[in-house]
Design a protein around this ligand. Structure first.
Ligand code: URA
Length: 450
């Protein structure tokens, strides 16, 4: 490290000098990184300076020491929860973000039904990917901004609670995450690691299952980049004494059939009822199995998978979900009758231009099309339309006839629908032959203590 030894946390820095230093590819000291994070969290450093630094960090990269310093500064921007009052193991799962990636809504109640405590702190939609908080807020009345004391009460009552970063927990990430979303500074393994791990380490958990996405709809497009990020996060978690595992999973097409906030909640309810798309169920069972295994509720992952399937098929996981929704102010009737969730006013089909097989779907474009419809944000102040989105009828490997629907847009604005339709028409590739199948779970990276 170049100069961290000379720098002290009390030293004052000129923000422009710190930005220039990163721009020129030099390593920042722990104190310089703390200066940026603390100054931004307190509102003393403006968005434009942090945006410039973020871009320099994306382009130049961060060293392991800088990444650790950034994670620590973000973690200590708020409080670190002490959940030792709970006898049961505290376990969470986090995904690096994808399209149609909705497993958290199934896994928090599933793991709680399996006897774990799941204190889940999630994010909003980022770039082309959806966010758990935006999905949950499509349930009428559901509140993600609980105080820490209410968060504890919900955990005591039902074993799981799902909230966003509050002013108390990792507030630096809340601000940085929103800024990165609109400044093209999401795709950096170092920034993603610090963002995810600062939130997760603040939760007071014992173990963490990471779902690191790879493919055309993920921030990490190649398996190699995903493995790099996974190892970075596993290492960061282990350094803080947590049991860790990362699963590298495919995001070459949307997960499940639905993309869009309320549409995805509806799909999760189907999974919790024991139906729903096979890929989504499979991933929920696998991630749930790892949560149960790391939390000591299953001796092996295979046994964890059987337990997870039983928790869904017996209705116990759904019951937990209903209870959590109720405790967080949501209307539980929407769980029993999903037509009570927001519905768009109009539907529009996108049809296949020819007969053949779906050989690829540009997954990022599907996420962007959903954002164009109003399901995601362009600017951090933008509000979300919870009802809009896309339902895929054809997935990679499916046979399709000319004129047959590939997907349906759920929309509320003609202009937005026209733009999203064009994007979706381009995102589907139709070929004469079916492509070779790609496994959903590509690789598992367990921490040393697992
Ligand atoms: N999810 C997060 O919480 N942070 C990121 O930076 C990316 C995905």
């Amino acid at each position: 490290m170049s100069d961290s030894a000379e720098s002290t946390p009390s030293a004052t820095f000129r923000t422009t000098d710190v930005i220039r230093k990163k721009r020129d590819g030099q390593e920042l000291s722990r104190a310089e990184i703390a200066h940026l994070v603390d100054g931004y969290t307190r509102g003393e450093i403006p968005d434009y300076q942090i945006s410039a630094w973020l871009m320099a960090a994306v382009v130049r990269g961060l060293t392991r020491t800088e990444t650790a310093a950034l994670t620590d500064a973000m973690l200590h921007s708020g409080q670190v929860l002490d959940l030792s009052e709970f006898a049961a193991p505290r376990v969470d799962k986090h995904s690096t973000g994808g399209v149609g990636d909705k497993t958290s809504l199934v896994l928090a109640p599933l793991a709680a039904a399996g006897g774990l405590v799941v204190p889940m702190i999630s994010g909003r939609g980022l770039g082309h990917t959806g966010g758990t908080l935006d999905k949950l807020e499509s349930i009428p009345g559901f509140r993600v901004d609980l105080s820490i004391s209410r968060f504890r009460e919900v955990l005591r009552e039902c074993g799981c609670a799902m909230i966003g970063q509050t002013a108390e927990i990792a507030p630096a990430d809340r601000k940085l995450y929103a800024l990165r979303d609109v400044t093209g500074t999401v795709e950096s393994p170092f920034l993603i690691c610090a963002s995810i791990m600062s939130k997760k380490l603040a939760e007071g958990i014992d173990a963490l299952v990471l779902d690191v996405k790879t493919g055309s709809g993920a921030f990490m497009k190649t398996e190699q980049d995903a493995a790099f990020l996974a190892e970075l996060m596993v290492e960061t978690g282990e350094r803080m004494g947590k049991k860790m595992v990362a699963l590298i999973t495919s995001m070459d097409e949307p997960l499940g059939h639905s993309v869009g906030n309320a549409l995805e909640v509806k799909e999760c309810i189907r999974i919790l009822l024991g139906s729903g798309p096979a890929d989504l169920r499979e991933l929920c069972l696998e991630l749930g199995a790892w949560m149960l295994h790391l939390g000591g509720r299953a001796d092996t992952v295979a046994q964890g998978k059987q337990i997870a399937a039983k928790l869904i098929d017996s209705g116990q996981a759904l019951e937990k979900f209903r209870r959590m929704v109720e405790l967080q102010g949501g209307d539980p009737r929407a769980i029993d009758d999903p037509t009570r969730l927001p519905n768009s006013s109009y539907l529009l089909e996108v049809v296949s231009p020819k007969t053949g097989y779906v050989s690829a779907i540009q997954c990022e474009d599907v996420g962007t099309a959903c954002a164009i419809l109003g399901g995601g944000r362009e600017k951090k102040e933008d509000s979300i339309d919870p009802a809009v989105g896309i339902v895929l009828h054809k997935r990679v490997g499916d046979r399709v006839a000319e004129g047959e629907p590939l997907c349906t847009l759920h929309y509320n604005s003609d202009a937005r629908a026209a733009q999203a339709k064009q994007m979706l028409e381009r995102s589907y590739e139709i070929a004469e032959a079916s492509p070779p199948p790609v496994p959903l779970i590509r690789k598992i990276i367990p921490g040393g203590s697992v």
